[in-house]
Design a protein around this ligand. Structure first.
Ligand code: NAD
Ligand code: ZN
Ligand code: ZN
Length: 347
């Protein structure tokens, strides 16, 4: 089968021929129906050797959904043909964090060699992928895998980040979303679905701001020098209760700090590697700074339910597997609206 392989550090991935994997005991083979192209993959393509404890080669793609193709011995609870989302962070399944469904914060992850499919192990940018346990599969119901794939990260990650601040977002409050790409356009929809807060979206690109408005943002602001003043104007000079930064550059983190109000939350999700100087008085009093990583298995169940209810929907552009390079080139150039989804198998 064809698979988009990360062959070595600092080398462009390549579409290669590899054998279709065979499920061992407890494993499940998935026929991939959708694999989202995440900006984190672009970061991975630029990682210096040793930045992660992964041993290439492996197949890219950590945002996956498809159909159960074959069961390894002993697998119960799923059947061949089931449409499923693949929960991406593959924890040990047994530690306290994993038993709380927070495999994204598995206690053993730090010492393990890999994080999941597409992140050190073979991911979904291939015709088939192996999932190590049926525990990691969530039924899709009537959602199509190509629409569901981005929900496993581009929606799951903002859902988790928003949920931890939801107690602050009563009607009359404001949430700011910086960066309205794959994750950000889902964040706007999730805020709309879960809270009564005013939603302000910030991006550099007018097309992304148009998608933000379409996704439910009340106001859009062009990123830059005057952005913080504009957010203050929209919040009676007080600032926002929650600022989510889906870029994570030094300039956007500074903007987040300049937009947040006293006792508000700044949550950095973007991995651009920017920094903030933190000292007494650098931010309004009692601001909490955090960064979040992905989401839990139960968060994914919630996200899929919101999608089935029609309250969130990923804006996607589909690419066949043989055009995967083009999808990443467009993502790098900033010309993907929402999420690019690679579709190795159509039905
Ligand atoms: P994307 O490329 O789809 O979207 C990024 C958006 O940010 C684009 O709309 C772009 O125009 C905008 N942008 C860039 N610079 C900006 C600036 N200075 N001000 C305002 N907007 C700006 O990317 P994505 O797939 O949504 O990922 C976003 C970030 O989140 C990446 O860094 C990715 O690695 C990271 N990420 C983190 C997690 C996590 O668990 N923490 C999970 C997935 C992705
Ligand atoms: Zn990702
Ligand atoms: Zn664990």
């Amino acid at each position: 089968m064809k698979a988009y392989r990360f062959l070595d550090w600092l080398q462009p991935p390549e579409l290669s021929d590899v054998p279709v994997p065979e499920p061992g005991p407890g494993e499940v083979l998935i026929r991939v129906g959708g694999a989202g192209a995440c900006h984190s993959d672009l970061h991975i393509f630029e990682y210096p050797p040793g930045k992660r404890p992964w041993v290439p080669p492996f197949t890219i793609g950590h945002e996956n959904a498809g159909w159960v193709e074959e069961l390894g011995t002993g697998v119960t609870g799923v059947s061949v043909g089931d449409a499923v989302a693949v929960y991406g962070p593959w924890g040990c399944g047994r530690c306290r964090a994993c038993r709380e469904s927070k495999e994204n914060y598995c206690e053993l992850m730090a010492t393990q060699n890999a994080l999941g499919g597409g992140l050190g192990r073979d991911g979904g940018m291939a015709e088939y992928m192996l999932v190590p346990s049926a525990r990691l599969l969530v039924p899709l119901g009537d959602l199509h895998p190509s629409e569901a794939a981005p929900l496993t990260d581009a929606a799951l990650t903002p859902y988790h980040a928003i949920k931890r601040s939801l107690h602050r977002l009563h009607p009359g409050t404001t949430a700011v979303v910086i960066g309205v790409g794959g994750l950000g356009h889902m964040a706007v929809q999730i805020l709309r679905a879960l809270s009564g807060a005013q939603i302000v979206a910030v991006d550099l690109d007018p097309a992304k701001l148009a998608l933000a408005a379409e996704s439910g943002a009340d106001s859009t602001v062009t990123s830059g020098q005057s952005a913080a003043d504009e957010v203050r104007e929209l919040t009676r000079g007080l600032g926002a209760e929650l600022v989510l930064d889906f870029v994570g550059a030094t300039s956007t983190i500074a903007l987040a700090g300049a937009c947040v109000r006293a006792e508000g939350d700044v949550t950095i999700v973007g991995a651009a590697g920017g920094e903030i100087t933190w000292r007494f008085g650098a931010l309004p009093p009692e601001v909490s700074l955090s960064n979040t990583f992905w989401g839990s298995g139960t968060d994914l169940i919630d996200v899929l339910e919101l999608a089935r209810q029609g309250r969130i929907r990923a804006h996607i552009e589909r690419f066949p597997l043989d055009r995967v390079d083009e999808a990443y080139d467009r993502l790098r150039a900033g010309t993907i609206q929402g999420r690019a989804v690679i579709v190795p198998n159509a039905a």
